[in-house]
Design a protein around this ligand. Sequence first.
Ligand code: X90
Length: 280
Amino acid sequence: MNLSDIRIVADSSADIKVFEGIDFKSAPLKIITDQKEYVDDVNLNVSGMVSDLLKYKGRSSTSCPSAGDWLDTFSGAKYIFCVTITGNLSGSYNSACLARDTYTEQFPDRRVFVLNSLSTGPEIKLIIEKIIELAATGDDFDSVAEKITAYSKTTGLIFMLQSMNNLANNGRVSKLTAKAAGLLGIRVVGKASDEGTLEILDKCRGEKKGLGAIVGYMREYGFNKGRVRIAHCNNLSAAEELAEKLYEINEDARIEIYDCGGLCSFYAESGGLLVGFEKK
Ligand code: X90
């Protein structure tokens, strides 16, 4: 493979809409309220949506890309690597698989590899960056697919949330779990489990303790000098504080901080932090 032979596609839970220098396409999820439908693409005003949602008291939900939406992102490409949000919380992985089957039936000489990230946001970003790295090594399609699957088992996602209302209202966590996050000053720290579900690790009083807990779990899971991607929803200060703590552990850590896109903002809610990291 050469980098120029492949297309990488991901749903918008990856927080990436455009990736300079490579053939990349994003399949948008949608955030739906009684008043408006927000398409999580490059045109979405994410902070506008977040402030709309802070005021909005009605029902809200999300929807994943259909097989047809995925097919649009595949169109014209010969070798496709596709990464989706965890199939345990979204239908995105299933529709991507349907799209793969349709596409390769129509074009038998084309290849589509669909990876269920079992995660979201910054962990998917790490995986995409790894695909780029692997594709440039000259390995063939199947071996890149194999290596990327193996790599995705060496990355992790930890999150810190101030509210889990949207997760609970949409059945992604139990109401009971969400309750703790609703208490004033409480930050819920958790991780993407091996099954691709939310697993609560800790309930912390205040952000400082929350950030300390994140660092503790990252150390426990083997963070040393790898890459770290931090996505935040309206909480740059916490992201920067976390980065500082991680640099104290290892000054060579390679950390990037950026804003959550629409889908992760909707579920992480204002104040939320998602951290993707390499475990080994
Ligand atoms: O298909 C759909 O409508 C999308 C459903 C997505 C549900 C979960 C999104 C989670 C976003 C929240 C904290 C991180 C959780 C990690 C779990 C694997 C971010």
